[in-house]
Design a protein around this ligand. Sequence first.
Ligand SMILES: *Cc1c(COP(=O)(O)O)cnc(C)c1O
Length: 412
Amino acid sequence: MIKIKKNILLIDQHDKNGLWAGKFGGNWVPETLKKPIEDLTQLFQKLRYDKQFLKQRNYYFDNYIGAPTPFIKLQNLTRHLGGAEIWAKVVSENRGTAHKIYNAVVHCLIAKHAGKKYVCGDTGAGMAGKTLAMVAKKFGLKCKIFMGSKDIKRQKLNVEVMKKHGAEVIPVTTGSQTLVDAVSECMRYWVANCLSTHLVVGSTVGPNIFVKICAWSTAQISKELKIQMINIFKKIPKKVKLINCVGGGSSAMGFWNEFMDYNLKQVEFIGVEAGGPKNSKLHAAPLTNNSKIGILHGAKQYVMQNKEGQISETESISAGLDYPGVSPLHCFLKDAKRARYTSATDEDALAAYQLVTTLEDISPSLEPSHAFAEAIKLAPKLSPSAIIVVNSCGDSLKDKFIIKKRLGSYIR
Ligand SMILES: *Cc1c(COP(=O)(O)O)cnc(C)c1O
């Protein structure tokens, strides 16, 4: 069995080929990208230990993004379900209304250090695109966002925000017209423009260095949470479950990182993938459904594919989870049995959204509603001494039209 090493950050537990556990991740890219990727790797390796850079990062995290985000007990939901205490880390309360802004800030800082004037990025639900557009504007960088045309339709509020912040939104009409195609198209653009443009991959996917930068950035979430837990409980409680939705896996990695790296065994990690519509075979849950290893977007991972190795079509109500692959870090955690992965259907997520917003004053988007669905399922089976924390990583406003259509009304 694969073992996680102690005292080394998970993001650094790869071999010289960039592979975790010898089989996930790597750099499966065209020859022309080898040099730009190597340059970026060296630059990041230098910057992540550079005092001045860390000061800059912390300045933006604290004063611009608004760290720390709240950690609150959901009393009404807890009472309603009877069982474990349910808490939420309300990451959506940050300036970007989702965790994507940590990655966007770090990448734009790196782009400035690299002397780049342009950034390009992919987006699914539009949160990576929106936050990159915001931060790029702030830093005086020109920004191009690649987005599938199906996602442009279902997340049009975010498209308007990206344009307002001066980004060029490029519709991707190939394949399923969702995130998977947006990432492909964005990487293709970068191949041709890598000298002038800094690539921002929107999740813990892509070639090795992009996985690392993204997980390093979102780790802010668990750094805050660990301090908040110790402040409230005086120590890390005995039985804790950290539940997070998993698309590419960047919010989950950020939510778990600090607890994993310090080897806190009493903390259990549960990742919830998109189970797709109820009573259909369609989904976006490669880990839950034991997909085979394949190569997608420059990295080896568990990826949904047919017998010939063609990437399968995915389906989910949440654009942010609608992706056939998953971070090599999560593949590693699954094989090491350090995290458990499951899925929630579209209907489960909608029901969870409805229950949470009826009982509490938070409004999770459809992605974290998948995580809430699992929390709602688990809580009644657990004792009141157990603590469940859900990462409410995105705000529901972007899903206004879908929620209104499916549930009859939307009030925020
Ligand atoms: C992008 C996004 C996701 C999915 O991406 P991860 O990398 O798995 O976190 C989930 N929730 C929200 C709100 C998002 O914007």
